[in-house]
Design a protein around this ligand. Structure first.
Ligand SMILES: [Zn+2]
Length: 184
């Protein structure tokens, strides 16, 4: 994520499921491209810290929500890419429509580039509990991810590899839409 420029400064956060009750998540602050063992802590599925000292990511509640909703999800990634940040401020409404892209097939159940998928787009909110409530109704679409306006992308998968694969596909598609608008 750092190599692609998706976690600039202290942006973004990363988590993996440890078991049915616990996740490991990056602490608040720290630069993810320079992540160390000390930069990770353990919380329960409601965001309560199980590690002495330090604060989990401010957006831990959004990670926990995904793990609670999908017992088979093993990793959640969140980055602040330029494409997602800029595009989400230009697109109106509550979804970014993608069609005609071969890369759509990276998402489970999509067998053709002719498919039309909508990436949920939600207004950013510093109140994570309130935001979680709005996200809740948008989690079950074909895309294992969503975009927060002017903020960034959430993506998930059964493990860290698949979550990264989904994030790469989503970021690729968002960047295509971003570049296409620049040409136009
Ligand atoms: Zn963020």
């Amino acid at each position: 994520m750092d190599r692609f420029g998706w976690v600039p400064s202290v942006g973004g956060n990363i988590s993996v499921r440890l078991d049915a009750e616990r996740i490991a998540i990056t602490r608040s602050g720290g630069r993810k491209g320079f992540l160390t063992r000390e930069g990770v802590m353990v919380v329960d599925l409601h965001g309560a810290s199980l590690t002495e000292g330090g604060r989990p990511s401010a957006e831990t509640g959004l990670h926990c929500q995904i793990y609670r909703a999908f017992p088979d999800v093993g990793a959640v990634l969140h980055g602040h890419s330029i494409a997602a940040t800029v595009l989400s401020r230009v697109v109106e409404g509550d979804g970014i429509v993608l069609s005609g892209y071969e890369m759509i097939k990276a998402f489970a159940g999509q067998t053709t580039h002719e498919a039309r998928v909508v990436v949920p787009l939600l207004d950013n909110d510093q109140d994570i509990d309130r935001l979680s409530g709005i996200v809740a109704g948008r989690l079950n679409g074909p895309v294992p991810g969503y975009v927060l306006r002017g903020h960034g992308v959430y993506a998930w998968g059964r493990d860290a590899d698949q979550a990264l694969m989904h994030l790469e596909a989503l970021e690729f598609l968002l960047d295509c839409e971003f570049q296409a608008r620049k040409i136009n």
